[in-house]
Structure formats: structure tokens, C-alpha cells
Ligand binder design. Structure first.
Ligand code: ADP
Ligand code: MG
Length: 497
């Protein structure tokens, strides 16, 4: 694409120098520039891309996009933009032909449940015959064909995101469901996406180091509603899908958008369940919506998945899925990899893998499993190197809500896993080491130990790794497969008996 053609589609862009150069890619990291790229100088958390513009040109960039003057070799075309953060998103969208205008796009945000809602909605869409795509923490999916998200980011940077949307358009996808974190919203990674639906799970108090206050955090998330309200018109009504039972509801519902649907467990919500019954494996209810009713039999456990289903139902209804398709669609959803994923090899105790890696998520996963556990509830978990996680809080959650637990390793990076475990242990002051819990630093051994002590009727929760395929160690990322470890442990136990 010619630079001047690209520049024309970027709001506020001023081109200095030759617009005739051919741009063959978009780069924002000077160390990863390919010949022919347009380099966009973005302020990262740690460094400012403006300092690397000359390096980018040396590495083959044919032009640079900046928000202030930079030193580049004479003759380098410079695209001046009001902000390179928003500029990166606009440039990427333009480069890939504004794919989000050729698709319905739903954004899912909130503190917990984003990935689940994303794939639930994708599943219901596909089941009802709407070709769907999805982007989440776990996977990128186009027409049901999935690849693992190994980027380490839930919401990828704008150029990759726009490239995936383009792939979706080319594959005939009609609706894309995008998991959007608040970091991504603040960093404008999803800015140049023309959303049709903005859906919210809950808005808790995690990540408070990054967002000074809950209000700011809420504000960052609320931005998704504005993106939908302002998005290009595709002939369907712009809709916000909001959790009426969450403290965020009051604030979010004041945001201006054409249509607002609330969901929740009470009849005050636009979408709500009637005659709800829960079991160890799922739930049943009649789903009331503004567009009619449908019977739902969910095959994923936990009350929070009722919320997730209501949210996903709202998303699908908003993009035109008929109400009678919603129930059967939800019924066929068998969960997201690593989200209360059952490992069942016919053993006489239950084993679940879950991604819960914060104190709150660990507590809620344990609370969900308790009512369906006849025997003891056993937890295996660790705290990661990320310092914003409440380590003693995780120890306390396990101490309060499980019968026996094992503190182990989870992505320690350069920190000493034993040191991390001691921080976790400090929250479990009321419980006796050796009797109520153990510290087993090697995660393989910890999983085997938990499976080994499990008796008939017990439930073992392996928390923290979920779908992840690597363990982040000081020496780099090592391959990891929680499910394979759990299965091996169960088989070894069966073999030993
Ligand atoms: N609606 C919800 N409310 C509270 N906790 C939830 C909800 N949905 C899922 N969870 C918990 O959070 C974990 C992560 O779920 P996930 O769908 O991956 O959320 P996210 O993508 O927002 O991190 C789940 O395994 C479960 O323990
Ligand atoms: Mg996620």
C-alpha cells in the first residue's frame, strides 16, 4: 500500500516527504522491523519509540509515524499524527482495509469471565449458523479453526489484531468476538475497531497498580461502550450488555448508547434465568430476554457461568441470533480449556484444572467446588512473579476454603519459588504445615502428591496454569501441560494400586 493512500485514511495525519513509497507492513518495535515497514513510534510502559526511529530506518523501515520531531536520515518520509498510540491502531486498521467494518464485532470486557464469555458467544454463533471468529487469552479462532494465543497478551497489539480481523473477513466470518482487557482499552489497541456490541462481565478490584483507582479502572472499561456507540453503522443496533448485579452497573448504564440490555439473576434484569437449578456439572434454567424465552441446560459448572451464559446470550441476540437458537447453542458449549476443566479418567475423585491465579479467583473457584464435593477439597497452586498479586491472600483463600492444600510454583521468572511460597504461606497462619498443607516447590511433584492423597469423593483443584503451555522460569519459558501432568498422576496412582 502506498504511504500517501495509507495516510489519507488516518485521522489528523500530516505527511512530510515522499508519499509514493510502498508500505508492506507495520512495526512498533524497532528490533522487529522488516524491510518495507512503516515504523510507528509508540510510548511503551518502559521506553519511547521516538528514541528508536533512526534504528528502525536503519533496519529497513521505509517511513516513520511520530507525534513529535525525531532524528531520522534526510529524505525519510515522516507521518505526523496527533498520538502514535491511537495512530498505531488507525494506521493498522487502514493498512488491513478496515476489516471491522465488514464484520459484526462484539467486545467483551470485565475482570473475570471474559475468555469464557468470548468462547461461549463464539460457540452459540457457530451453532446457529453465523460464521464466527474469536480472539481471547486462550486462542484465536477463525470459523472454528483455533490456534493457541502464545503472545502472552490477552488482547494483542493493534497490527496483529487488525491482521486477524482481515483473516476473518477473508474466511467469510460474519461476527468477531474480541476479549478486551482494560490495559488494551487504555492503550487504544482496539480503538480502530468498529464495535457493535460492548459486553461487560464484572468489574472487580484487580490490577490496581496499573489503574490508580477503581473509578479509573471502570472508566477504562467503559470506553468500550463509546467505541461501540461511535462505531460504523452496519445496520444493527449498537448495544451494551451490562451486568445488573455488579457494582459497576450504575456507572456503566449512564454511558450513552442506542440500546442497553442488563442481565442478572433477578427479574429486574432484561435477561435473567427462571427456575434456576444448579448441579455439579452445570445448571438448568428458562432464559427470559427482551426478545423471548428459551430453555437452557448449561454443561459447565458454577454460578458464575450462569452469568457468563446470560452475557453471551445478550451478545448473540444483539447481533441477530434468533432466541430459539440461543438455548441449544449454550447447551452445546463444553467449556474453555483450563477453566474449571474436568480431568476424568474414571477415577473415584474429581480433578479440575482452573486458571485462577489471584486470591479472589482462587477463593471463588474453591467456593464453587465446595457444594459438590462429598469429601475433602484439595488445592494445588502457587503465586506468580507478578508482584501485583496478593500472595498472602492466596494462602488465606486456600486456608479458609480448602481442607488440604499444596503451595507450589507458578511462573516464578527470576524470583525464588521458595521465597514466593513463603509469602503465600504467611497468609495461612491459622493452619498447620504438614497436617493442613504442604509446600512442594516442584509443580510436577505437587500435582502427584495431591492426586496421591485424594480419597474417594474428594475434589482436587489444580489452579493457576489453566490453558497455559509454558512455565516461566529464570532461564526462560519451559513447556508445560497441566492436563498431561494431571492425567499422568492419575494413571500412576491407578497403576500403583
Ligand atoms: N463471571 C465470572 N465471575 C467471577 N469469576 C469468574 C467468572 N467467570 C469465570 N470466573 C473465574 O475466573 C476464571 C477465569 O475465567 P476467564 O473466563 O478466563 O476470565 P478472564 O478472561 O476475564 O480472566 C475462571 O476459571 C473462574 O474461576
Ligand atoms: Mg482472559
Amino acid at each position: 500500500m502506498r504511504l500517501d493512500d495509507l495516510a489519507r485514511g488516518v485521522p489528523g495525519a500530516v505527511l512530510e516527504g515522499g508519499g509514493g513509497v510502498e508500505v508492506t507492513g507495520i512495526a512498533y518495535d524497532s528490533r522487529r522491523v522488516n524491510r518495507g515497514d512503516l515504523f510507528v513510534a509508540v510510548h511503551g510502559i518502559r521506553s519511547d519509540g521516538h528514541a528508536y526511529a533512526a534504528d528502525a530506518v536503519a533496519a529497513g523501515a521505509v517511513a516513520v509515524a511520530v507525534e513529535r520531531a525525531v532524528d531520522v536520515p534526510a529524505g525519510t518520509p515522516v507521518l505526523q499524527v496527533p498520538s502514535t498510540r491511537t495512530g498505531l491502531a488507525e494506521i493498522a486498521a487502514e493498512f488491513y482495509g478496515r476489516p471491522s467494518r465488514q464484520l459484526y464485532v462484539a467486545g467483551i470486557t470485565g475482570t473475570d469471565g471474559k475468555t469464557t464469555v468470548t468462547h461461549m458467544a463464539e460457540h452459540v454463533l457457530m451453532a446457529s449458523g453465523v460464521v464466527a471468529g474469536a480472539m481471547s487469552t486462550v486462542a484465536f479462532s477463525v470459523r472454528g479453526a483455533e490456534v493457541d494465543n502464545t503472545s502472552g497478551q490477552t488482547t494483542i497489539e493493534a497490527p496483529q489484531l487488525q491482521e486477524w480481523l482481515r483473516r476473518m473477513v477473508e474466511a467469510g466470518v460474519k461476527c468477531a468476538v474480541i476479549e478486551a482487557t482494560s490495559h488494551a482499552l487504555v492503550q487504544e489497541r482496539v480503538r480502530a475497531c468498529d464495535f457493535d456490541v460492548a459486553a461487560f462481565t464484572n468489574v472487580g478490584h484487580d490490577h490496581m497498580d496499573y489503574h490508580a483507582t477503581w473509578e479509573d479502572y471502570l472508566e477504562a472499561k467503559a470506553h468500550l461502550i463509546d467505541l461501540a456507540a461511535k462505531g460504523a453503522d452496519k445496520g444493527i443496533e449498537k448495544t451494551a450488555v451490562l451486568n445488573r448485579d455488579d457494582p459497576s452497573y450504575e456507572r456503566l448504564s449512564r454511558r450513552s448508547i442506542s440500546r442497553r440490555w442488563s442481565y442478572g439473576l433477578t427479574t429486574a434484569a432484561d435477561l435473567h434465568p427462571l427456575d434456576l437449578s444448579m448441579s455439579a456439572t452445570g445448571s438448568r434454567f428458562r432464559l427470559k430476554t427482551p426478545l423471548g424465552e428459551t430453555e437452557v441446560a448449561l454443561a459447565v459448572p458454577a454460578r458464575f457461568n450462569v452469568y457468563n451464559a446470560l452475557c453471551a446470550a445478550g451478545v448473540c441476540l444483539a447481533v441477530g441470533v434468533p432466541i430459539e437458537e440461543i438455548g441449544p447453542g449454550l447447551a452445546g458449549f463444553d467449556g474453555v480449556r483450563g477453566r474449571l476443566e474436568r480431568v476424568d479418567l474414571g477415577q473415584d475423585f474429581s480433578v479440575f484444572i482452573d486458571f485462577a491465579h489471584s486470591a479472589g479467583a482462587l477463593a471463588s473457584a474453591l467456593a464453587e467446588l465446595r457444594p459438590f464435593t462429598k469429601g475433602r477439597l484439595i488445592a494445588v497452586f502457587g503465586s506468580t512473579a507478578r508482584s501485583d498479586h496478593d500472595r498472602p491472600g492466596m494462602g488465606k483463600a486456600a486456608a479458609d476454603l480448602s481442607d488440604f492444600f499444596i503451595i507450589t510454583t507458578d511462573d516464578p521468572l527470576r524470583e525464588d519459588p521458595a521465597e514466593i511460597a513463603r509469602d503465600v504461606q504467611s497468609g495461612a497462619a491459622g493452619r498447620a504445615p504438614g497436617r493442613d498443607y504442604e509446600v512442594v516447590i516442584d509443580r510436577r511433584s505437587a500435582i502427584r502428591r495431591a492426586i496421591d492423597v485424594a480419597r474417594p469423593g474428594d475434589t482436587v483443584l489444580l489452579a493457576g496454569k489453566g490453558h497455559e503451555r509454558t512455565m516461566q522460569m529464570a532461564q526462560g519459558a519451559e513447556p508445560w501441560d497441566e492436563r498431561a501432568e494431571a492425567e499422568a498422576a492419575i494413571k500412576e496412582k491407578a497403576g500403583a494400586n
